[in-house]
Unconditional design. Structure first.
Length: 182
C-alpha cells in the first residue's frame, strides 16, 4: 500500500508540474449569480441562493442546487455549493497557457475560497483537465483539493467510518506527446 501511495504521489506531482495556471484574470472579475431565490444577511455578509444556481466569475462557472456566499472583512468571497437531491455540483474554469485548456470538477459539495483560490470537492469528487473537450487527466476520490493558482491537486478517499488510508483513489494520466517537427 505504501508503494502504491508513493507512486500516486509521484504521478500527481508530475501532473502538477505539467500544468498551466488557472485563468489569472478571473480573480479580478465580479461574481454573477442567477438563482430561483436569494436571502441576504448584511450584518454577517452571507448570501444564500437556492434553486438551479449558476455562479460565474470570468471563465469560472459553477452550478448547484444551493450556494452560500460569504464575504470577509477584506472583501474576499467564498462559496459553498450544495448539490440538489440526486445531483452533483459542478465547476469549470479556463487555465492559463494554451488557448483551449480547461479544468472541470464535480462533487456533492464544493467549497471555493476566493482569497486562496482553492477549490475543495467533497463526496463522489471528480476532477478533469481538458484540452478543448479531450480529457488529458482524470482524478476521482472522496475528497479533492485543487489549488487553482499553483495547479496543485491533493486527493483522499476514505469512506465514512473507514480507517485512514484504507480507501482508494483513481487517476488516469494521459501520456504527453510532443508534436512532430516538420
Amino acid at each position: 500500500m505504501k508503494r502504491f501511495c508513493s507512486l500516486m504521489l509521484c504521478l500527481l506531482n508530475l501532473l502538477a508540474a505539467n500544468a498551466a495556471l488557472a485563468e489569472r484574470a478571473d480573480s479580478e472579475k465580479p461574481t454573477d449569480i442567477a438563482a430561483d431565490q436569494m436571502t441576504h444577511d448584511d450584518v454577517k455578509q452571507v448570501n444564500t441562493f437556492s434553486g438551479n444556481v449558476v455562479l460565474t466569475r470570468g471563465t469560472l462557472l459553477m452550478k448547484a442546487g444551493r450556494v452560500v456566499v460569504t464575504q470577509d472583512r477584506a472583501g474576499y468571497q467564498s462559496a459553498t455549493l450544495y448539490a440538489a437531491p440526486g445531483a452533483l455540483t459542478t465547476f469549470r474554469q479556463k487555465r492559463d497557457g494554451a488557448p483551449n485548456l480547461w479544468v472541470e470538477g464535480q462533487a456533492e459539495r464544493i467549497e471555493y475560497d476566493g482569497r486562496t483560490e482553492v477549490v475543495k470537492l467533497y463526496t463522489r469528487a471528480k476532477l478533469l483537465r481538458l484540452e478543448g473537450t479531450k480529457p488529458t487527466d482524470e482524478i476521482e476520490g472522496d475528497f479533492i483539493s485543487y489549488d487553482t493558482r499553483a495547479e496543485f491537486i491533493s486527493v483522499n478517499n476514505n469512506l465514512p467510518g473507514a480507517a485512514p488510508g484504507t480507501g482508494r483513489i483513481k487517476a488516469v494520466i494521459q501520456p504527453r506527446i510532443e508534436p512532430k517537427q516538420p
